[in-house]
Design a protein around this ligand. Structure first.
Ligand SMILES: Cc1cc2nc3c(=O)[nH]c(=O)nc-3n(C[C@H](O)[C@H](O)[C@H](O)COP(=O)(O)OP(=O)(O)OC[C@H]3O[C@@H](n4cnc5c(N)ncnc54)[C@H](O)[C@@H]3O)c2cc1C
Length: 449
């Protein structure tokens, strides 16, 4: 550690905080409140060159380190007790190329900052539902979210990347490295920059629909019956629907995030009216807006931190059997505002990726986010018990409907099966890891082979 402290003294533009620094606790904070993981020091490089120099100092002195940006890993895996945290949040530049429809951004950019900048250019790109998530952590591990039905996964937007490798060198990722980065994140190094696809789109029709849910199970069942029926007739790719059950302003309710991503707003209203006719609506905020305003609005309602964890399972279809399980556990849903069940959908209209990746869950499916999280510390055990039981019941209800590959960022560490997650891409990943990081310098990356 003395070598690192000396290095930091010689490079005073690299900010850092130790556990005795006043800003340490706020810098350490992530979405999941983990009290017993205290890094030895948090360093804040200002450039790719700083990251490269840090990786060299750390590896040559055998100091363990992890990479952190938005801090939204559900198991707090971006910080390690007693290790060095490299916090990339100051590497947050965003350059949009309006003509090429691309954006080049620093590895520490948050989704909130990206979508605000894209809005200035009349552009959008798929992102997750929560703006405080780090963009690279989201996209490079797969990236489910708004606009995926229209433009694909987050990983499919990555055109290029700059990486600090295990020797502390800054490299432009070659095709093999890029394939690995599209789904396996920081397996091969620190991603200090990505170039991504962006799309011209000014206005969208978007907002939240909360259905009247006095009889919660009946509302869930009814929504899904209607959904199944309408899906068989075909949904347009411009329509994103994120179904959730959560404790909102009207109590426990079926809550839909609705986004119509097309400049043909009139067609969007027609779809909205169809959806609103499915069941009585208690509250709707859907209106012409921008993707950025819609996504940023969640900052007002979604808690910034929570205790607990998340469980996930992916199913091919939301069959009546799966919906029955959801109904059963909705009735047992704890009353905490952070406990929720949400469902991302990958629909058959999703465009095929134009470049190779290691994301192998490509068939149409639903990815469940079981938020076994709680605002109140005394609610967390109940939330975890509920989440675990719901997860188990979903797995058991229809084994043939379950996708073997789970979504790594949301998979509880004890349940991670890397071979199942990466399927036929696993051997490729093993080979590139052996080639580019044979000593496993990046041993605290999410993907451990
Ligand atoms: C409330 C909430 C909502 C979420 N919603 C969605 C959603 O809608 N869709 C979805 O797909 N996922 C979602 N997630 C999961 C989230 O996208 C992943 O956990 C993502 O990895 C978080 O990135 P981060 O930078 O915020 O977190 P961190 O904890 O800082 O990082 C997560 C992992 O990514 C690595 N990493 C991050 N940036 C880099 C980089 N530049 N170089 C190398 N490694 C890096 C870290 O080392 C760590 O292993 C959600 C999570 C939460 C808590």
């Amino acid at each position: 550690m003395d070598h690192l402290i000396r290095f930091l003294a010689e490079n005073s533009h690299i900010k850092y905080a130790t556990p005795s620094s006043p800003e340490f606790d706020s810098l350490r904070l992530g979405y999941i409140l983990v009290e017993n993981v205290i890094p030895a020091i948090i360093v804040r490089p200002q450039s790719a060159e700083d990251v490269a120099a840090l990786v060299s100092v750390l590896t040559s002195n055998d100091l363990p380190f992890s990479i952190r940006v938005g801090g939204h890993d559900l198991s707090g895996r971006s910080q390690v007790h007693g290790a060095v945290t490299i916090d990339l949040r100051d590497i947050a530049y965003i350059h949009v190329d309006d003509a090429a429809h691309t954006a080049r951004l620093g590895g520490g950019v948050l989704i909130a900052d990206l979508i605000k900048e894209l809005e200035h250019h009349g552009m959008v790109t798929p992102t997750g539902t929560i703006p405080s998530v780090g963009y690279v952590g989201w996209a490079a591990h797969g990236g489910y979210g708004f606009l995926s039905t229209q433009y694909g996964f987050g990983a499919d937007q990555i055109l290029g990347a700059r990486v600090v490798d295990c020797h502390g060198q800054i490299l432009d990722a070659n095709e093999d490295m890029l394939t690995a980065i599209r789904g396996a994140g920081g397996l091969l190094g620190v991603i200090v920059e990505v170039t991504i696809k962006v799309y011209p789109l000014d206005k969208v029709l978007a907002g939240v629909i909360i259905y009247e849910s006095t009889d919660l199970a009946a509302t869930i069942k009814h929504y899904n019956d209607q959904y199944r029926q309408m899906k068989s007739e075909g949904f347009p790719s411009a329509l994103s629907l994120y179904q959730s059950v959560l404790n909102g302003p009207t109590g426990k309710a079926v809550t839909i995030l609705f986004a119509w991503a097309s400049s043909d707003i009139d067609a969007g209203w027609k779809w909205l009216h169809k959806l609103q006719a499915w069941s009585p609506v208690a509250l709707s905020t859907v209106a012409p807006t921008t993707m950025a305003s819609f996504t940023l609005a969640s900052e007002q309602v979604v808690p910034k931190h929570a205790y607990g964890t998340m469980f996930t399972v992916s199913v091919y279809e939301l069959t009546p059997e799966i919906v029955d399980v959801i109904c059963q556990y909705a009735l047992l849903h704890p009353n905490d505002p952070s406990t929720f069940l949400g469902m991302h959908e990958l629909r058959s209209c999703t465009p095929q990726p134009s470049a190779d990746s290691v994301v192998c869950a490509r068939s149409p499916h639903f990815m469940f986010e079981i938020g076994a999280t709680a605002q109140a510390r005394d609610m967390v055990d109940g939330a975890i018990e509920w989440g675990r039981a719901l997860h188990g019941a979903l797995l058991q209800s229809q084994p043939e409907n379950i996708i073997p590959s789970t979504y790594l960022p949301l998979t509880e560490p004890a349940l991670v099966d890397i071979k199942a997650i990466y399927g036929n891409k696993f051997e490729f990943l093993r080979n590139v890891k052996q080639q580019y990081d044979p000593r496993n310098v990046f041993k605290h990356a999410l993907v451990q082979l």
